[in-house]
Design a protein around this ligand. Structure first.
Ligand SMILES: Nc1ncnc2c1ncn2[C@@H]1O[C@H](COP(=O)(O)OP(=O)(O)O)[C@@H](O)[C@H]1O
Ligand SMILES: Nc1ccn([C@@H]2O[C@H](COP(=O)(O)OP(=O)(O)O)[C@@H](O)[C@H]2O)c(=O)n1
Length: 229
């Protein structure tokens, strides 16, 4: 069967990766978590003195962006790809609150987006890819055959992230997570380059009251519809 491109965008912590990864596994497509790439650039920036407080040394980061190598390798235990930064597995490190609180300003930088989008487009050249993020249907793959835009209420999204971090044993309060979700939504929607918005031809999914298996089923139906049409 002819392979297509699937773009899943939406607000923070609403379940994009969960549904994207499950669909990719079922249909034998590559899954790429584009947010992990922005998180990896943020971790690099934290570890290499690019932040002074909340200030970002953009000139330094611009010079070093070509030295930031990001790749993915499937983790057989979790069934999802782990993120590697310059050869080291950083999957755990990039999911901390420290990275979450610094990622959106880094992702708003034009030269960072330019570099990441080029890499994402190269990964999707052969189609057969499910990618999730903020600008996949609008900028990275504007011609994607299937585009989804996911949303849920901020409180529900914060609760999902809280439960996830708690299960991993990470200390983070619900209020701190809710504030982070709101802040990132604001920066992501209001930045100049590729702001988060629904592509005109994307299907809207509010999964506030859906279970993981319901949303998985819904996505599989949309995929079938596109493949049959
Ligand atoms: N429909 C759902 N109901 C409850 N929890 C969900 C649902 N979808 C995803 N989750 C959980 O919410 C958390 C955030 O999901 P994730 O896929 O990482 O979101 P995103 O990629 O949009 O940031 C994960 O712990 C995931 O297991
Ligand atoms: N395509 C993308 C993906 C993520 N991002 C940025 O990266 C951050 C982290 O993305 P993510 O997908 O890991 O976020 P979560 O919703 O999983 O917490 C987002 O808040 C955005 O600022 C982006 O700008 N463009």
């Amino acid at each position: 069967m002819k392979k297509i491109t699937i773009a899943i965008d939406g607000f923070s912590s609403c379940g994009k990766s969960t549904m994207a990864k499950d669909l990719a596994r079922e249909i034998g497509y590559i899954y790429i978590d584009s947010g992990a790439m922005y998180r990896a650039v943020t971790l690099y920036s934290i570890e290499n003195g690019i932040f002074t407080g909340n200030d970002i040394d953009t000139e330094k980061l611009k010079k070093q962006i070509k030295d930031i190598h990001i790749s993915f390798q499937l983790n057989p235990e979790t069934g999802r790809p782990d993120t590697y930064l310059n050869g080291a597995n950083v999957e755990k490190k990039i999911r901390t609150m420290e990275v979450s609180s610094r990622v959106s300003p880094i992702a708003a930088l034009d030269f960072v987006r330019e570099a990441m989008v080029a890499r994402q487009q190269a990964m999707g050249k052969a189609k057969g890819i499910v990618m999730d993020g903020r600008d996949i249907g609008t900028t990275v793959f504007p011609d994607a055959e299937l585009k989804i835009f996911v949303t849920a209420s901020p409180e529900i999204r914060a609760q999902r992230r809280y439960d996830e971090l708690k299960a991993k044993g990470e200390e983070a309060g619900f209020d701190e997570i809710l504030e982070n979700v709101r802040q990132r939504d604001y920066i992501d929607q209001n930045r100049e380059v590729s702001p988060l918005r629904k592509a005109d031809d994307a299907l809207l999914l509010d999964n506030s009251h859906m279970t993981i298996s319901q949303q998985k089923e819904w996505l599989a139906e949309q995929f079938d519809k596109v493949c049959k049409s």
